[in-house]
Design a protein around this ligand. Sequence first.
Ligand SMILES: NC(=O)C1=CN([C@@H]2O[C@H](COP(=O)(O)OP(=O)(O)OC[C@H]3O[C@@H](n4cnc5c(N)ncnc54)[C@H](OP(=O)(O)O)[C@@H]3O)[C@@H](O)[C@H]2O)C=CC1
Ligand SMILES: O=C([O-])CC(=O)C(=O)O
Length: 260
Amino acid sequence: MKIGIIGGGTVATFLIKSINVDQRLPGCTVDSVFLRSADVAEAWERDYGTRAFTEMEAFLSSGIDIVVEAATVEAVRDYAELVISKRKDLVIISVGALVDQELYDRLNEICRQLGTHIHLPSGAIGGLDVIHSAMALGQLDEVSLTTRKPPASLLGRQLDAKEVVFDGTATEAISRFPKNINVAIVLSLAGLGCDNTRVKIVADPEATKNIHTIEAVGSFGKMNIQLENDPMPDNPKTSYLAALSVLSTLKKQTERISIG
Ligand SMILES: NC(=O)C1=CN([C@@H]2O[C@H](COP(=O)(O)OP(=O)(O)OC[C@H]3O[C@@H](n4cnc5c(N)ncnc54)[C@H](OP(=O)(O)O)[C@@H]3O)[C@@H](O)[C@H]2O)C=CC1
Ligand SMILES: O=C([O-])CC(=O)C(=O)O
């Protein structure tokens, strides 16, 4: 499987090191990357021997089988439709873009017409399988997410004491914190939707991890999951688990038996 990546940051670098350098996905290679700057593209070609494009059309015509978006919610808005229109399956990690119902419906319809697929990794959280099962007959009553991160990640500055910096719906949360709370949107899409999923964000000077607590109540019973995620050293906003979840989504594409 030939993989193309949009973006050249923390997740993209993790993927190319894991797949091309450490060969952790047999039969797969990162063949091409799409980057915004010619200098960065040159560095990627030099450092990893991969093809790097600054033109989206050229990137999509480079013979890749699947595209991984590892950039920003804006990049999803700008490129997702084009990628799937070219009949490429797409993995989206900046899931926050799909808070836009019109974009979601449009992408869904193109995939249906062309037989392509969009994969949304579980990212920095877990328990989506439970939420999905609970929703099979629509019997989910409440879902909430509480995220605790260091203030520098959320606010770009330090705080002396713990502060609730947001309390509201997933829809509002992603518009306020587009680089920190994509998890709220994947949780919403699996469950009750972005307007009915409650989100609390806490900036905690004592937090050394990115902590996500998910609570759900429905006819199945109750779920309470807490992730204490190690941050990626190069971008502490992003949890290591989020990068692993993209790798795992790619691995699933190569397997015949799917779990969960
Ligand atoms: N779903 C989830 O659970 C999680 C999602 N995320 C999301 O995953 C995404 C990637 O995270 P991470 O790798 O840590 O982020 P980084 O900030 O480390 O990297 C983002 C990269 O995207 C590039 N980029 C931005 N816009 C574009 C564009 N229009 N076209 C091409 N490249 C672009 C940037 O390049 P440049 O140098 O040009 O700016 C940069 O290289 C983020 O949106 C993040 O919020 C993160 C954690 C969890
Ligand atoms: O990585 C995390 O812990 C969560 C995150 O940044 C996001 O959901 O955008």
